[in-house]
Design a protein around this ligand. Structure first.
Ligand SMILES: CC(C)(COP(=O)(O)OP(=O)(O)OC[C@H]1O[C@@H](n2cnc3c(N)ncnc32)[C@H](O)[C@@H]1OP(=O)(O)O)[C@@H](O)C(=O)NCCC(=O)NCCS
Length: 161
């Protein structure tokens, strides 16, 4: 079931986010977050009517997706940048695809024309997911980040909504 995130989902959102911070280059942060941090994030998204969607099975949250501003300037108001994370044990079941698909309608309703994914170079599952959903690769920025002592490339993929 794909539904809007609620306060009781925050511990699961913290766990999924922190797993990506600690064990992957999907999130270019070195430090983990706590409940208060995610609560502020949820509140901030709500003030802008930007969705945070979760994939839930029984009581378990298996993944989430959301979008926010691409860049904080007026001219970028027709686009948004999304993120999607699925817990390791729940990957390959179509949840990531369904989560991102479920962002399209709320984005259109907010007047967004383009959705943008910023994907770490080499993240083939994410690149494949986005190609599957009709995103096209429109940018490549080599060596603009660093994590675990290694340089990171950024692949930009976008979809017209
Ligand atoms: C990327 C991620 C969200 C994909 O979620 P998922 O639920 O495993 O993906 P799905 O099962 O919905 O797969 C959707 C499509 O993506 C492709 N795909 C997903 N994982 C793949 C893999 N490991 N190898 C090749 N293709 C893959 C498939 O083509 C699939 O197409 P199908 O629906 O025709 O089978 C998930 O691997 C994840 O959370 N990774 C860690 C965090 C991350 O990288 N997030 C993205 C940051 S940009």
């Amino acid at each position: 079931m794909i539904r809007s995130a609620a306060s009781q989902d925050l511990p699961a959102l913290v766990a999924i986010y922190n797993d990506a911070v600690l064990h992957s280059t999907a999130i270019w942060n070195d430090t983990t977050v706590d409940l208060a941090n995610r609560a502020l994030w949820l509140a901030d998204r709500r003030t802008k009517n930007y969705p945070i969607l979760v994939a839930a099975e029984d009581d378990a949250v298996l993944g989430y997706a959301s979008f926010g501003d691409f860049r904080p300037f007026d001219g970028f108001r027709i686009c948004c940048e999304h993120s999607v994370y699925v817990a390791e044990g729940a990957r390959g079941r179509g949840l990531g695809r369904r989560l991102v698909e479920a962002l399209f309608e709320p984005a259109r309703a907010l007047g967004k024309k383009v959705m943008i994914g910023g994907i770490t170079g080499g993240n083939e599952p994410s690149i494949a997911l986005h190609e599957r959903l009709g995103f096209v690769r429109t940018g490549f920025m080599p060596g603009i980040g660093i994590k675990f002592g290694r340089p990171l490339d950024l692949v930009l993929m976008q979809k017209e909504l």
